[in-house]
Design a protein around this ligand. Structure first.
Ligand SMILES: [Zn+2]
Length: 298
């Protein structure tokens, strides 16, 4: 069966973003509630020595949701938000190929009405990683009132205390975004959403992560390629030491065609890589193009 994708007016590429994020303060990534405790999501990892540890987790599906929302809530030149201009939302995605969000993130229409049939539009952007490096357990804190009670307004009742777990500050999360067969133009909203979402990751408050840095270099890599010639900075979940994580990430970032490279922009046949600040600058270039060509014109 054909993919149904329109022919692109230009070369398609694969794009990868690899980054090491650091929790800038405690963070809550809601998972489930147990006897009045809001729990964070944890994963079990078996280390090479057979020991099993529990690690905090910044799940890729949650990151994906934050990114999609960053696009839906993006400001346009008309004063409307992009999602309102496009009539696209969560969970009611428009699933149109002309929508710069659904085009890469995918969309789903669950019931046929208004001339549109039930349809699944497969996304070409996937998210990975998120298992914390340090095996530090979440801390539980008491809060005076649940945010949903504050929302309901003052009905004069006593505030209901509740307990919530938090991922501790300073945890490192290696994360990855991969795009399959997209043009430069189609990648622009992905670059915009990746950067815009960093300040908004987390449920409730506080929110936000930063790009981890070593010797003032942000730990980030951007690849655009037809043949994957760079070593992929994907970290093993069994790594528990932050120093080892920085080294493993940065050594892989520098490795293209089996050789260490010194430039922050590495170009080979059918492969380009930007690392550190150069990667951020390149992402900003794509994001600027999205703002100028799409957001300001809507
Ligand atoms: Zn849409």
């Amino acid at each position: 069966m054909a993919t149904g994708l329109n022919q692109a007016n230009g070369q398609r590429y694969h794009f990868d973003i690899y980054a090491l994020l650091e929790g800038a303060q405690e963070l809550y990534f809601g998972h489930e509630v147990q006897v009045n405790v809001n729990l964070v999501e944890l994963v079990k990892v078996r280390l090479p020595n057979g020991e099993e540890v529990e690690k905090c987790y910044l799940s890729p599906t949650k990151r994906r949701g934050v990114e999609r929302r960053a696009l839906l809530w993006a400001p346009t030149g008309s004063g409307k938000l992009l999602g309102d201009v496009l009539d696209c939302g969560i969970p009611k995605t428009c699933a149109k190929q002309e929508c710069p969000i659904c085009n890469v993130y995918g969309g789903l229409i669950t019931d046929s009405k208004g001339g549109r049939e039930r349809t699944t539009f497969i996304g070409r952007l996937t998210h990975g990683g998120g298992v914390a490096i340090q095996d530090q357990s979440p801390e539980e804190k008491q809060r005076a009132m649940h945010p949903s009670d504050i929302h309901r307004g003052g009905d004069g009742e006593e505030p209901m205390p509740f307990r919530r777990q938090y991922n501790q500050p300073g945890l490192l999360y290696p994360i990855y975004n991969h795009c399959l067969s997209v043009t430069d133009e189609e990648f622009r909203p992905v670059a915009y959403a990746f950067q815009d979402s960093l300040a908004r990751i987390g449920a409730g408050n506080p929110k936000g992560v930063r790009l981890a840095e070593r010797a003032k270099t942000p730990m980030i890599v951007l690849d655009r390629y037809l043949v994957p010639k760079g070593e992929r900075p994907v970290l093993s979940p069994s790594l528990c030491e932050s120093e080892e994580a920085y080294n493993a990430f940065w050594n892989a970032a520098k490795q293209v065609e089996g050789k260490p490279q010194n430039d922050d922009h590495i170009s080979a046949t059918n492969f380009e890589r930007w690392t550190g600040q150069a990667a951020l600058n390149k992402l900003a270039e794509f994001a600027d193009a999205f703002v100028n060509e799409v957001l300001k014109k809507r």
